[in-house]
Unconditional design. Sequence first.
Length: 585
Amino acid sequence: MKSAIAQLKTALQRAMAQAFGPNLADTDPILVPTSNPKFGDYQANVAMSLAKQLQDKPRAIAEKIVTHLDVSELCDPPAIAGPGFINLTLKTAYLENQLQQFQSDPRLGVEPTKTPQKVIVDFSSPNIAKEMHVGHLRSTIIGDSIARVLEFQGHDVLRLNHIGDWGTQFGMLITHLRQVCPEAITDSGNVDLGDLVAFYREAKQRFDTDADFKEASRQAVVELQAGDLDAGKAWQILCAQSRQEFQKIYDRLHIKLIERGESFYNPLLPDVVKDLDASGLLETDQGAEVVFLEGFQNKSGDPLPLIVRKSDGGYNYATTDLAAIRYRTQQDAADRIIYITDAGQANHFAQVFQVARRANWIPADVELVHVPFGVVQGEDGKKFKTRSGETVRLKDLLDEAVRRSRADLEQRIATEDRQESEAFIQTVAEAVGIGAVKYADLSQNRTSNYIFSYDKMLALQGNTAPYLLYAYVRVQGISRKGGIDLGNLGTDAQIHLAEDTEFALAKHLLQLDEILAEVERDLMPNRLCQYLFELSQKFNQFYDRCSVLQAEEPQRTSRLMLCDLTAKTLKLGLSLLGIPVLERM
Ligand code: ARG
């Protein structure tokens, strides 16, 4: 099924070509939803933008387009307003008919893409021996949602976890552990990540102050790189330990990822440098091998270098990303590569992308995108910390969200005098708590900083997960109360729209495909959140105005169908955000 907006766009382009010649067939008709329903559902603003080119008044241009415009299947006769807006109102019969078809369509009118791509989403990517922090949590939640939307649209998505599992930090960690806690890096080794993080901190401190320790650490890195068994074993144990902890978080958040950490690219690094040399990009700068960047200057206006091999012969984060991008385009044959990290890494990616393109590793039609996000702040506007000033452990953060959602739930159960089992309470508290954390993150414009507030994210009112989940539960309540199987309303069940709130809800239900196409293109999950929030609002307005179970036929069945479609849309939309729905809460 083609969306209304897509059909209207095609019709407008055909009309423009007929009115002004075939060279206008590809012109964007600038079709947008109207800001006010009194102007109809959509408006095309193209007449204004064509005025100069066609040397005519916008209104006259709009009139000519409308004479050729055939949208009679979808719309009431088009109207021209103001300086030359073309206003379009969808026909009632069209709306009813479309919704009717959604009833039996698990994709709710969203067609899979006709041009499936191989897409890599590089997200989460915490570092071994360090705690996963709130930045990684943002990357994990946003990346998972973007991957889900792209998968649903029909793309072949590879979800990669670019774990920080290689580099000089292992030299110092292994050296330190050999001295203070050798049992941690033997077969039976079993330190928890919390300890590991503490060891890491101590090691770093020694590395910065103790020359002998520094030397021993260097030596350990060399051993590791040279494939020394003992050092390799220690490294593996450390990785396994961290991996186990990370996996607990992923399980709890229902996140699927394929680990391909930095170490995976280690054997490919010398080739990267060789290749850059062969393409004439490599230069030597103060003993280091570098590529001088275009468009990045230092204070005195000289081009900045991207270091690919340090003067001590070691490689760095950028070299690894160069190897990764080369591998992903050449071996994985990716058409689109999406990196999800905080905005602080924007320059890093711009530089890596530039060098990879200049090295001719990237086919021209391959899209490289950095998807940046802002920092997580506490309610005081400062960096998100515990009360004593420590970084917040993700496990504690999730536990706290669930603890609070449980307290809210228990209170509601008490006030409503309900009897609920412990299993019910646990399931609901976990789903709402985790859902709230995810939704709070996703509903923000990801580029801005985001203020973390348990109270706001768990509120039953406002743009929150509980509000959306509750709208879904409301529909399930109607079906339980009326003893109605919403999935089985009969083949002759029909939609009849009459009330304003029914129209508003119906039109909103028809926009899911437009929204998903937008998220697919712009990679902004907050658009989907906003859509689902408005859907819940429109549903609640409809339900407050229109009786459902008490209504007469054929209204009753029609309204039950609207309820059902709302629930299905919420369920699908939330699933694309990684949030499962509940039947009761
Ligand atoms: N490990 C990095 C960090 O914690 C993120 C890696 C992002 N992905 C990449 N290909 N560089 O900041």
